[in-house]
Design a protein. Structure first.
Lengths: 492, 492
């Protein structure tokens, strides 16, 4: 009998081509070890829950404290009859009750009714106001679409951009694998541009130009460019000057810019505060501000909210023609509407407590506290890595990850080959077995030939961090001791 | 300058080809009239909210009464610190508190943490138990994936099935436009099979075979078949014998069957209760039960729940090889996880109050009450249509829609042509202008050449129904009077 449509051999080849590192060998081994009862420190995040374990408490816990009023609002919206309960004032503060009434009034039938496929108009208006306050330039709610997380928005836009394998999308390497996976799924071509590790993961425009030239020589039409700012997995923050160069480049090369700005609240240095691509584009003036097509993405999953499980995000379109916006709207409407509870979270995120609100003081104290603690952890972690033999790590300027380079001695690379493993996978597996620290090998994000990394989150608590870094150092130094060739090699 | 990637002319052609009737001309005109202050009766549903109006209260209101305990559970899960509040017992009954603790214990970090990309294991287990109780056959939680609504699941599966325009999917006509839209988006070919209106929208296997033969003669590889049971927009319920024939046909023709069973709770007659495709397949025994690839879909958006805005669904895979399941898992993981609150709703739906639970009596009374009322409304509506000149309507056996045929006189068709409108759009626009009743023209769902329909929901309240049907009858009879050729035509 002929193969059936859902037999492996007869599946859509684009589906099979998709690679998604976060579920690789390391992850599966960590899961096995955990089942055997070993204590695993999940610093891979992204998706630690697939095993049924409790993930690091960070993405939930501080948010949880911070968002108390927000959670009360969403709880009241889910069960609006609570608003009529005579005891409501005993459990819910007045501002939570007022906000719940506000958001319920914006919906058309509560959280159980489909919203507009672009999201609730009133929430999109709050997002536009947030962008205006942030950038100092007008923002149009009609050009803001709410989504089930930023990833879904990226997929919608790439689906419109990619017509076939002749269409290329510039993606930073190392990159967050959403981009490579989505480009494979839609049958397009990923055009890599390398971030320069020695320049603190900076982006060199000459290098970018070279990538485009090379892609064109292979017959590829480069149509779009992705930037991740702050970077994932690399943690760098782009300077305003760098963003300006990128936008100028997109203008010259006729590229749509996809600005992944989901980590905009996660900034751990003062030299380069977050500046949005939209703001830089507006400041550049004509012809750029009216010509460069830009789509910017944000989420409720990161920052000091970390509400990953809610699946809420938005994108804002700049200089996209109305007929194209209509097409994007039509595609959004095929899956009816983004989930409504997360739209309320988005409203709460972009419109947080204001001076004078009951919960304002607590909100400011807690959100500052979270970012300051993350800044200290970023420092602890990168300093820790840099104290290890054959490990160098740029400071994590933003986002949630450290991405140290591991200089593997030739003997270690040989041993990996013998074991049939990619060298960084070999290293990370050993690390996992010895310490329980679960990381993601750099090969999952892309790296230059012969150079090896791993990605860890900076999310372990400040109390746990010294122990984790000591454990890492002990493993690493023993590993290096074992594989180093002591004749011509010395510790520097 | 060359066109930019997001200029309309340079968008992915598959995106442009997508048609989605629910946002057609009728919908836009209804929106304009509403803005002008006219009272609009939205019996189109699907997506009434895009205008910011309050939709029919049905999908929310009875659910809302029914689900009181469920909403309390989800509210507590969203704000779990409420469980520690000394006043919790004043506002929340003991079973809601117990259920909230149960679902929180199944998550890995609450509603704000990503779940496994397939959904929370504990909820998938509850779904499997529900399927086992329903069908009397085992169900494996590992083959159940939770999704952001059933539509997203359908899209994931079709993405795996469709490799290019040479791949065909059998879709009933009339159909729910999710299928035509998704097949266009992924660049496949829709192979229509016609439901027979004179046989109460039944499915004739000979006709099906003919569709496949014709598609093959055009060089199309037919890979999958969609059934919608109960039917949308046609409302018919498939008999067990008919499902058996379909499964045998899928076996012979080597087709994956996609069983859209989202209306399985919405049954308004007793001759053909809902029987799942999975159950029929298992009863058929070998070789069918081990050979036919089947994916079945369900949702929290329909039935007596109607929790559309939550975006919760699942699919169950039968006879799909493990390597393919892994591929589907990988694709699901690119967008991280379905939203977690809707997963809790799914758990509550498949695991409702049991005899002895505090809220059991109320649950049974209310859910029965809702279905009985819908049954009366289905009768009122189809009887109403059948009392109108040149209108015939099969009884709405299930789902939420009536799909009357409107026999348009030649003069009306001529007038439509003159106005540059498709005839059923012309009729529905006139209906809208005259009565405020907003429907969807049959052409949005597909119909045989020269035959015209409209789709309405059966969701207006029982009180409102007589007024709406009187208003429809008055309009229709005047319309027919105006356009009928009285020489050779008489009212029958």
């Amino acid at each position: 009998m002929a193969p059936k449509a859902l037999d492996y051999d007869s599946l859509n080849e684009n589906v099979k081509k998709v690679q998604y590192a976060v579920r690789g060998e390391l992850y599966l081994r960590a899961s096995e070890l955990q089942k055997e009862g070993k204590k695993i420190i999940f610093t891979n995040v992204g998706n630690p829950h697939a095993l049924g374990q409790r993930p690091l408490t960070f993405p939930r816990q501080p948010v949880f404290n911070l968002g108390k009023v927000s959670f009360q609002v969403v709880a009241l919206c889910q069960a609006p009859f609570l608003l009529d309960d005579p005891n409501v004032g005993l459990m819910f503060p007045a501002d939570a009750i007022a906000k719940a009434k506000h958001y319920l009034s914006l919906t058309s039938g509560g959280l159980g009714a489909y919203s507009d496929s672009r999201g609730i108009p009133g929430v999109r208006k709050e997002v536009a106001e947030f962008i205006e306050r942030r950038d100092g330039y007008p923002s149009d709610p009609e050009l803001i679409f709410l989504t089930d997380g930023a990833s879904k928005g990226v997929m919608q836009i790439l689906n419109c951009v990619i017509r076939g394998e002749g269409d290329g999308v510039l993606v930073p390497v190392p990159q967050y694998p959403l981009y490579s996976a989505t480009i494979s799924l839609f049958g397009g071509s990923l055009v890599p541009y390398y971030l320069e590790e020695t320049a603190n993961w900076g982006l060199d425009i000459q290098d970018l130009r070279q990538s485009v030239v090379q892609a064109r020589s292979r017959g590829i039409t480069v149509r779009a460019m992705v930037i991740i700012n702050p970077g994932n997995p690399t943690g760098q923050c782009l300077s305003e000057a760098n963003i300006r160069e990128i936008l100028r480049f997109c203008y010259q090369e006729n590229l749509v810019l996809l600005g992944d700005e989901v980590y905009q609240q996660n900034i751990y240095q003062d030299q380069r505060p977050f500046v949005s691509s939209k703001k830089v584009l507006m400041e550049m003036g004509l012809p750029f501000s009216k010509e460069v097509q830009l789509v910017s993405f944000h989420t409720v999953s990161k920052g000091y909210w970390g509400e990953c499980g809610q699946r809420g995000g938005y994108f804002e379109m700049t200089n996209i023609p109305p007929k194209s916006v209509d097409e994007i709207y039509k595609i959004a409407s095929v899956s009816l509407s983004p989930n409504v509870p997360a739209q309320i979270f988005m409203g709460l995120m972009v419109n947080p407590p204001k001076p004078g609100d009951i919960s304002y003081e607590q909100f400011i104290r807690e959100s500052k506290g979270i970012i300051e603690s993350l800044r200290r952890r970023a420092r602890l972690m990168t300093d820790g890595f840099n104290s290890c033999r054959n490990v160098v790590c740029n400071f994590t300027e933003g986002a949630m990850y450290s991405f140290p380079q591991i200089r593997l001695p030739p003997k270690a690379i040989e041993a990996a080959k013998k074991a049939g493993k990619v060298p960084d996978v070999f290293y990370c597996l050993r690390l996992l077995e010895a310490t329980g620290i679960s990381t993601v090998p750099g090969s999952g994000f892309g790296q230059k030939e012969g150079v090896f990394h791993l990605r860890t989150t900076i999310l372990p608590t400040e109390e746990d961090m010294p122990g984790i870094m000591d454990s890492f150092k002990k493993f690493n130094d023993e590993f290096m001791e074992k594989y180093e060739d002591h004749r011509g090699y010395s510790r520097m």
